[in-house]
Structure formats: C-alpha cells, structure tokens
Write a protein that binds this ligand. Sequence first.
Ligand code: NAG
Ligand code: NAG
Ligand code: NAG
Ligand code: NAG
Ligand code: NAG
Length: 339
Amino acid sequence: MTKINLSILALGVTLLLLGTGAQNPKKRPAPSKPPKVQCCDEVRSLKVQVANLTSLLEELGRKQKTDMMNVVRQIMELVKQDHQLEGRVTEAESKYSEINNRVEIMQLQTLQSATQTSSDATYDCASLYGKSYKISGEYKLPKDEFLGAPELSVFCDMETNGGGWTLIQRRKIGLTSFNRDWKQYKNGFGSIRGDFWLGNDHIFRLTRQPSTLRIELEDWEGQTRYAEYGFFTVGNELNSYKLFIANYSGNAGDSLRYHNNTNFSTMNKDNDKCVDDCAALRKGGYWYNCCTDSNLNGILYRYGEHTKGTDGITWYAWHGPNYSLKRVEMKVRPAGFQP
Ligand SMILES: *[C@@H]1O[C@H](CO)[C@@H](O)[C@H](O)[C@H]1NC(C)=O
Ligand SMILES: *[C@@H]1O[C@H](CO)[C@@H](O)[C@H](O)[C@H]1NC(C)=O
Ligand SMILES: *[C@@H]1O[C@H](CO)[C@@H](O)[C@H](O)[C@H]1NC(C)=O
Ligand SMILES: *[C@@H]1O[C@H](CO)[C@@H](O)[C@H](O)[C@H]1NC(C)=O
Ligand SMILES: *[C@@H]1O[C@H](CO)[C@@H](O)[C@H](O)[C@H]1NC(C)=O
C-alpha cells in the first residue's frame, strides 16, 4: 500500500516537473529584436549568439521532456507491478481461507462422529448435507456398527441439482486402469479426487435405501449431458450386484436401460447375457448385456484416439459406439432428498 502511495506521489511530482520542463522553451521571452543599428559587427554577432542560445535551450527542453517521459513511464510500470502483486496477495488470501474452511469441516466431522448415534448417522453425502456440510469435496464417513458401514472416504457433490450426491465413479484423467478383476470392483479402486470406482459393496450399501442415480457426461468439445434414474439399486455380491434402474430423465439418452436387470461382469467373472465375453471385449467391469449400449468403465481414449474397437467410454445414445467420452461422473443420493 505504502509503495503505491509513494509511486503516486512520485508521479505527481514528475508531472509537475514535466510541466515546467516542457514549458521552459515556450516561456522564454522571444529574443529581442536587434535595435535598428545596421552597421555594427558586434550587434550581428550578438544576434547570432542569441539565436544559438535559443535553439540550444529549445534542444535542452526537448531532451528534458523525453527524460521526464521515460521517468513517468517507469513509474507507471512500477504502479502496474504493484497492482499485480496485490492481485497475487488476494489470491493467496482466498486459498488460505479455503484451506481454513476445510480444516473447520474436518474438525466438525470429528466432533460429529464422537457424539453420533444411529438416528443421526452419517450414512452418505446427503446426510452430511443435512448437517450443513455444503461444500463439495472429500469427506470421511465414519464407521457405523448400526448400519454395518466401515469407515469410507467419499467425494460429495454438494452443488449439482441441489447437492447431496455421493460419487460412485469418476473418469477424467485416464491414468487409472478400469480393466480390473471382481475383487477390485467389489472393494473399489483409484483415487477419490481423480478416477475411481467406489466399490460394488459400497454401492450396494448406499442404495439399500431408495436411491437416485445421476450420470454426467462430457465430450471433447466441452459439451455436457446427463442421465438420471429416479430409482437405482444393485444386488449384493451373492446376486452378482445385479442392476435395477427405473424412471429415466435427462438429455443424454437412456443408454443404461439395455443393462437393466443384468449382473455385473469383470475380466475374471463373465456374467453377461452373451456368448462373447463382454468384460474382456470392452475392457472394464460393468453390467454387460450383449454387450453394451454404454460402457462407462471402458478405456479413456484421448480425442481422436478411439479409432478401432468398442472398448472406449461410450454412451451410444449420445455419441455412438466409436466415441470415447472425455469425462464421466456417476453419483447417487436418496430418492426423497430435499435440498
Ligand atoms: C552555436 O553553438 C554551437 C555549440 O554550442 C557552437 O559549436 C557554434 O559555434 C555556435 N555558433 C555560433 C554562431 O556561436
Ligand atoms: C417411477 O415414477 C413413478 C411416477 O413418479 C412412480 O410411481 C414409480 O414408483 C417410480 N418407479 C420406481 C421404481 O421408483
Ligand atoms: C445373475 O447372478 C445370479 C446369482 O449370482 C444368478 O442366479 C443369475 O442366473 C445370474 N443371471 C444372469 C443373467 O446371468
Ligand atoms: C428395468 O426393469 C424393471 C423390471 O425388472 C422395470 O420395472 C424397469 O422399468 C426397467 N427399467 C427401465 C429403465 O426400463
Ligand atoms: C464404429 O466403428 C466400427 C469399426 O471401426 C464400424 O464398423 C462402425 O460402422 C462404426 N459405427 C459408427 C456408428 O460409426
């Protein structure tokens, strides 16, 4: 702040100086006309000298003026840098307050889990939302004996369409392989802030209460679409995590309907309704029918790289079988959720 004030002061002074500097040659009285004496060499010489002096002064004035302009330019540059610095400070301040916010959330969560009873259990992101956690991000759901729930890290979307969503899947980076076996799909894999599958056991547990599924898709042009199923549940492991969905709405098209009432398959457990081994062909774990109308756990191909085969991240109703999407999120919340 003081730096800026100083700069402005300096600028003012400079402008003052500049003013006098620039006006110097103008303000000088015009060289007096030589008296009407025709003869004397002395007068002629004086006349020349005066003319010389005048031009000299003018030149000096011009030089002074450009010097001053340079100084002014430098000062303006300094002022600009000051503004940039100020911007960076503001940015740092907002980062700091965001971190503070997170710390507060964690503290509150610790408090909550200490005083928790089964009736106000932190079961999912919707229950967190109900306890006024309204910032999207990573949360830790505490272990709950009553519900038979282990401690679990989840990512909560507290903004989309009212919030309260627990993410069960995300594709966006492409470094995590989704071509995994039954056990890995059962327990979950990947990183909760990046690409992950929450785990079929967790999805089963989350959807024991009537739940809504929301699927968000993004293509390589940055367009987004969604598909929502007012009802979504999966069976337990004994029932091969069989998919049940109903009541589609959205603008992406209903490319999960074809997978309704099918069991989950992985590379080492072929439960599909096909002679082909769909999990091996599509290179993911999914509720394969024969085989796909969507393949959200397929391979994440960069734009234009999905040239052969149908093992990309596809949603046929939007971009067909040969277009691997850029980004996917699958999320659930209780069917009766009120923001
Ligand atoms: C005018 O000034 C310049 C430089 O000061 C000098 O070289 C030149 O001789 C002067 N001319 C006269 C006529 O005094
Ligand atoms: C689908 O929506 C209708 C109308 O809202 C409702 O009556 C029905 O129970 C829903 N189906 C399921 C499986 O939730
Ligand atoms: C799905 O799995 C269950 C048991 O896990 C099995 O009884 C049923 O036949 C399977 N359905 C299909 C279509 O494979
Ligand atoms: C899925 O199958 C069930 C019958 O098992 C049906 O009630 C439901 O409407 C189907 N869902 C969709 C989206 O077609
Ligand atoms: C997708 O690619 C396959 C094989 O490259 C091709 O046979 C098929 O016609 C393509 N489908 C569409 C809808 O472009």
